[in-house]
Unconditional design. Sequence first.
Length: 327
Amino acid sequence: MRSVRLGTEGVLALLIAGLCIVLGLTTDSFATVQNLFDLLNNQSVNIIFAVGLVVVLIAGGIDISFAVAASVVQYVVLSLLLPIGGGNWFFGFVLAILFGGLLGLFNAFLIQRFRIVSIIATIGTFNLYFGLLMYFTEGVSIYDIPDWLYDAVPLVSLPADRGTATLYLPVAVMIVMAAVTWLILNRTGFGRAVYGFGSSPEAARRSGVRDWQVIAFAYGWLGICAGVAGLMQAHIVQEAVPNALNGEELPILASVVLGGATLGGGRGTVAGAILGVLLLAVVQNGLNLLGVTPYAFRMIVGLIILIAITASNLGNILPFKSKGREV
């Protein structure tokens, strides 16, 4: 009989299903359309971050500046559009993609041109972006945002116990960003080159892959995702807050690693990143409904990161022996 291999995505899906069943039986409000729609609405920004971050991890890098970059993009976009009448969704997305991509490419430039380790480079840009943002904004939020960004855009509404349960625009944007990322990674030759570069940069170079192109794409794409996510965050909360996304880096990183990406590069999928975000979202939501302290969630995030780092280094500390076929 053939053994059934679920893969990381299958295991995560089963875990999510099992947790949903348990929480549905132990709480009164988890297994409701309203709560499930709220989960999707609230996690849409995190999923956009995750599908960008998984590309960087596949390419063998790491980035912890993307959440702050999203906050910077919020302020830049609004600062440019408000003086000229507020603009509209088209100009908002164009500017968010442009400035988010530029911030990501700046990371790529530092990493590629000066050979700085990616985590060190992005720690630097994290503090640079956040310091500049707080300096120029003085920590003041923008409450007077344009109507197009302020007004909710419903997609699907269903009857619920408390009125209606509605999915909003950020969910559609999340689906588009995830689909485009999946197409690039799985249906293009360049996507296969990203996997190859993450697995073995030297072998990829010998086969004709230009490392600067992979690094620029990976960090540039994460920057684009960060810009779009920042715009969606401002739309959801109906304001731009300088530190609203500060601290979201580690939960997103833990989600993507939980979804099968490795810190050493060469592995990871869009589906796994999405399921990783959803699993942690279900855990956090369940802890809240059960009245468990929110610090427990932070403990879980830290534990996942430690396990991921440990697993990625097992090959260096365990004396694995190759098994050959006896003849």
